[in-house]
Design a protein. Structure first.
Length: 120
């Protein structure tokens, strides 16, 4: 259980770092959106929805593949499944991932985006 928790923390932090790097590489694109009239809030929402959608799709794919992998264990007599713990783990992954995406998006959109456009 401890090893799973460590994997959860490392995976969530890794997700945040990947999102932050992606956002920093796309600052020119985001600055272009800002220059053509999109507000800072609109850009932030667009970016967060994009990354939250990708995270949710990955989480759904992972849960489905995990269910396929444990079907034989679920069908065996006497097999007990800790549903509460599993739901709590998946919810923890979703909440932690969403938080890290929000933090990375907020950090990446700080400062002057128009300066990024000038350097593009």
């Amino acid at each position: 259980m401890v090893l799973g928790g460590l994997g959860l923390v490392l995976g969530s932090v890794g997700l945040g770092l990947v999102v932050l790097r992606n956002m920093l590489e796309r600052r020119g694109e985001l600055a272009m959106l800002r220059a053509v009239g999109f507000g800072r809030g609109q850009i932030k929402r667009m970016v967060l929805y994009e990354h939250w959608g990708l995270m949710l799709a990955g989480l759904i794919c992972g849960v489905i593949s995990a269910l396929v992998a444990v079907i034989p264990a679920l069908q065996s007599p006497g097999g007990q499944v800790p549903y509460g713990s599993l739901v709590a783990t998946v919810a923890g992954i979703a909440v932690s991932g969403a938080a890290w995406v929000w933090i990375a998006g907020t950090l990446a959109l700080r400062g002057g985006l128009l300066d990024a456009l000038r350097h593009e």
